[in-house]
Design a protein around this ligand. Structure first.
Ligand code: ADP
Length: 227
């Protein structure tokens, strides 16, 4: 039995509760993500994908239910431990790359490692290895503005993996790219995820990409159901 890396149990989340404009986004969502598993999360816009990913990534807290990362229940943890796991246990990729514009591709991957206490030499070696894995080692010294959209997003993957997270969460990671680039970038993401044995939950509108993952879950009426 492989290890469970991310477990969501009975997650509920709503906004403006008790008011006329109440929205119940999540309504008892369950998820079990095993080690090395890559799961697609599909649902129409507004269904609550970002809300679910933010809760899984400890960027937001649920109204009820539990989040466990690598077997550790996050509810009882002190803020310092939650912050540490949010920074290092979970890698997050957004639709937009959010790279620091004044730093090079390599520096964007090195900085989070230095903040985590890794030496400059080790951080640099890992950054170049990650860039090599996604096929853009030769762009290491370019700033984000000098990279294409697909290259920027590859650097964002590398940054998300810089501190060897246990779980990768991605919110429409290829949503901003044209179909051909989206396909290539998705392949790079899958290869990198497989190479590192990472568990990933990837929200996407693209059903063709979703079908290439291990499992597809649909967010429907606030719960996750097999697609
Ligand atoms: P998705 O990522 O699937 O597009 P979201 O998780 O962003 O969906 O949003 C789910 C629903 O929750 C939407 O109706 C959205 O308007 C609402 N929502 C999200 N964040 C807030 C907030 N901070 N306050 C009020 N409503 C919100």
């Amino acid at each position: 039995m492989s290890k469970v890396m991310l477990e969501l149990s009975g997650i509920t989340k709503g906004y403006n509760l008790g008011k006329p404009n109440e929205i119940r986004v999540l309504n008892g969502a369950h998820l079990t993500l095993k080690a090395g598993e890559v799961v697609a999360l599909v649902a129409p816009s507004g269904a609550g994908k970002s809300t679910l990913l933010h809760i899984a990534g400890l960027l937001d807290t649920p109204d009820a239910g539990a989040v466990a990362i690598d077997g550790a229940d996050m509810a009882g943890k002190a803020d310092k431990i939650r912050t540490d796991i949010r920074r290092n246990g979970v890698g997050f990729i957004y639709q937009f790359h959010h790279l620091l514009p004044e730093f090079t591709a390599a520096e964007n991957i090195i900085l989070p490692q230095l903040a985590n206490g890794v030496s400059q030499a080790m951080a640099e070696a890992r950054a170049l290895e990650l860039l090599d894995n996604v096929g853009i080692k030769d762009r290491a010294d370019h700033r984000p503005a000098a990279l294409s959209g697909g290259e920027q997003q590859r650097v964002a993957f590398c940054r998300a993996l810089a501190n060897e997270p246990k779980v990768l969460l991605a919110d429409e990671p290829t949503g901003n790219l044209d179909p051909k680039t989206s396909d290539q970038v998705f392949e790079a993401l899958m290869a990198l995820t497989r190479e590192t044995g990472l568990s990933a939950l990837i929200a996407t509108h693209n059903l063709e990409l979703a079908a290439r993952m291990d499992r597809v879950l649909r967010l429907e009426n606030g719960v996750l159901v097999p697609a």
